[in-house]
Design a protein around this ligand. Structure first.
Ligand code: SAM
Ligand code: SF4
Length: 346
């Protein structure tokens, strides 16, 4: 099957991603994806538009995207991931903190576009992952998603995730189509076991007739995987339900924290602008620290702690505002990790 090619622009860096199913089938996939959105989510898109009044840098009363790192523990040591060099303390978010975050998010759910139950770590290591997802979904949090390395995607957990239907989307990180490549990149994972877990998850989803979560099988595009993309699609396409997808995502540097492994680096930004992330996103660590960007996985730009302040107060805090001003003045070079970041966007 042919692959559709889609070029998206992030700042002036071309991000290359390909989604399966070109032409009318692709259009149907997009409409199906939109149809899966609830009316309240579509209302949110409109509300943000109205409040921004055409200015993408107008600060809304609440962030649009929130990352909740329910744990920063991980059971793998992937080649391209900064997790291995993380020095901050590791742990699991407790339920009272999680509930307090969700309670505040629920008050502003109209303005939220999506909420990720993950940060730098493997979310399924949290024993309460499914319960937390349900708490969030029951509170009406829109577009809930997570990404997993699938090491712990047992039959029991797959069944629960599918039957609960709390997540809109589950990204499954599978970097490689061969055992050799996969195990070279996803260090510590067993290719055959992961393949079995993912096949079972997809087959179970089909058998149970559930559309949620949408499964996104993701392969990062880097020198090691470049020649395996077609094989990757060949293996996985027959197992997907119509709403599922394959995503070939460009590897990045996590705000300059890891080496640039992009196979194609000839397109570099010529001019840089203030990064819109600072007007959109909000990331929270397992122990409640808040930061301004999901790429700030070491929390160098932390603006405070959830619990000491509300999310709304942190969002409009002097510290966060001063970071926005620094960007507006073109002085991102004064900030780590913004100085080395290649993932900024407008
Ligand atoms: C940090 S992981 C955490 C979730 C989970 N452990 C996993 O592997 O999916 C979140 C996402 O970041 C991706 N990732 C890791 N290193 C990356 C890099 N250098 N560039 C782009 N994405 C990366 C992973 O493939 C995964 O989809
Ligand atoms: S990509 Fe995911 S699984 Fe791999 S080391 Fe990073 S956090 Fe762990």
């Amino acid at each position: 099957m042919a692959l559709a090619t889609e070029r998206r622009t992030k700042g002036q860096v071309k991000v290359f991603s390909r989604t399966v199913e070109p032409g009318p089938v692709g259009v149907i996939q997009r409409i199906t994806a939109l149809a899966r959105r609830r009316p309240v989510e579509i209302a949110g898109v409109l509300a943000r538009r109205v409040l921004r009044r055409g200015d993408p840098f107008r600060l809304l009363p609440f962030p649009q995207a929130v990352h909740i790192e329910i744990t920063n523990h991980c059971n793998l040591k992937c080649l391209m991931c900064p997790h291995g060099t993380m020095e901050r303390e590791k742990g699991f978010m407790d339920e009272s903190l999680f509930r307090s975050i969700i309670d505040e998010l629920a008050e502003h759910k109209l303005l939220l576009e999506n909420v990720a139950l993950m940060g730098l770590g493997e979310p399924l290591l949290h024993k309460d992952f499914e319960r937390f997802a349900k708490i969030a979904a029951d509170s009406g949090i829109p577009n809930l998603y997570a990404s997993t390395n699938a090491t712990l995607l047992s039959e029991e957990r797959s069944r629960r995730i599918i039957e609960d239907g709390s997540l809109n989307r589950l990204i499954i990180s599978l970097d490689g189509a061969s055992k050799e490549t996969f195990e070279k990149i996803r260090v510590g994972a067993n290719f055959d076991l992961i393949k079995e877990n993912v096949m079972r998850f997809l087959d179970l989803k089909r058998k149970l007739g559930k559309k949620r979560p949408q499964a996104t099988l993701q392969i990062l595009s880097m020198p090691e995987t470049e020649n395996e993309v077609d094989e990757f699609c060949r293996i996985w396409l027959p197992h997907l339900c119509p709403e599922d997808e394959i995503l070939i995502k460009e590897v990045d540097t996590f705000g300059g924290l890891v080496d640039d492994r992009r196979p194609n680096t000839e397109v570099e930004p010529e001019k840089r602008y203030a990064c819109r992330q600072l007007w959109k996103d909000f990331s929270i660590s397992w122990d409640g620290r808040a930061t301004v960007c999901c790429k700030d996985v070491f929390y160098k730009l932390s603006v405070g702690r959830v619990g000491d302040s509300s999310l709304s107060a942190l969002w409009t805090s002097k510290k966060w505002e001063s970071i926005r001003r620094i960007h507006e003045q073109g002085q991102w070079g004064r900030l780590k990790p913004c100085n080395d970041c290649r993932e900024w966007y407008v």
